[in-house]
Design a protein around this ligand. Structure first.
Ligand SMILES: [Zn+2]
Ligand SMILES: [Zn+2]
Length: 271
């Protein structure tokens, strides 16, 4: 049984055309108890793909999701969420925006470094794969230091999705172990979690984001907060590969996943 899917995009995101009711109906069909709608807000990115708009109109988005929450309350627990594209200079701004609305759950995701999206070739130009990954992990660490109003760090090592098909899905955990430890310790000290994002399987990366080693390390260091998200941009991807995720968590002795209301965490037992 799928307890919750905490990473779902709808047509409020610049890269999705999915209808919100279709999302809810799919979740109910799968027997899911809780979903978080987490549409994209990415600010201050230069040269963002011409056709895509990653600003999010919260004045329209928030009331729409709240209405949906009410409409479906008997069958589905819908959380007002957002995936905030964090960069180190956006922490204060992000905090201000989020405080204005009754968000249940916020994903902090680094999609851009130096105002360049990771899928833009400009980001990769003149850098080795290692230099690009160094910059990416440092940006995560710096952004966590600057940002407070979030629940979990999104797809922590998903940078392998970009920068060419060489070594697809491979993250050199040993090379980045020190900075990843710093990131995880900082998250734990701020009471923040991580997610297991199952989209890596769909992107043929043959793994979740982050890799198993990072998830194990987070718990080893004392972390307790984890959500599972499909990162679906279409309803048919909701809940994909969750069974595998529950089995993995069980295999490493994790018994609870997290649930959020108005940014407060609670825990649900994995059965
Ligand atoms: Zn993302
Ligand atoms: Zn996403």
């Amino acid at each position: 049984m799928i307890i919750s899917d905490y990473h779902i995009h709808s047509n409020f995101s610049g890269d999705s055309v999915e209808d919100l009711k279709k999302i809810c109906d799919k979740a109910i069909n799968l027997g899911i108890q809780e979903i978080a709608i987490t549409d994209h807000m990415d600010l201050d990115v230069i040269g963002i793909s011409n056709s895509l708009d990653f600003r999010l109109n919260l004045e329209e988005y928030v009331p729409t999701i709240l209405k949906l929450k009410d409409l479906y309350k008997k069958d589905l627990d819908i959380k007002l969420g957002m995936e905030f594209g964090i960069q180190r200079h956006l922490g204060i701004k992000g905090d201000e925006i989020i405080k204005k609305f009754p968000f249940d759950f916020i994903i902090s995701s680094v999609h851009s470094v130096d105002k360049l999206l990771l899928d833009q070739k400009e980001f990769w130009e003149g850098k080795t794969r290692e230099e690009a990954h160094d910059k990416y992990f440092l940006e995560i660490l710096k952004s966590i230091e600057s940002f407070n109003q979030f629940s979990i760090q999104g797809h922590l090592d998903f940078i392998t999705r970009y920068g060419g098909i060489d070594k697809k899905g491979f993250i050199d955990y040993i090379r980045y172990q020190d900075i990843i430890d710093e990131i995880l310790k900082k998250l734990i000290s701020k009471g923040k979690g991580i997610e297991i994002n199952t989209s890596g399987i769909r992107y043929n990366e043959n793994r979740f984001y982050p890799c198993d080693d990072i998830v194990k390390r987070y718990f080893k260091l004392g972390g307790e907060i984890i959500t599972i998200g499909s990162d679906s941009h279409k309803a048919s991807d909701i809940g994909k590969d969750f069974k595998k995720t529950y089995d993995f968590l069980e295999s490493i002795g994790v018994k609870y996943i997290s649930s959020f209301d108005l940014l407060d965490v609670s825990f649900k037992k994995i059965k």
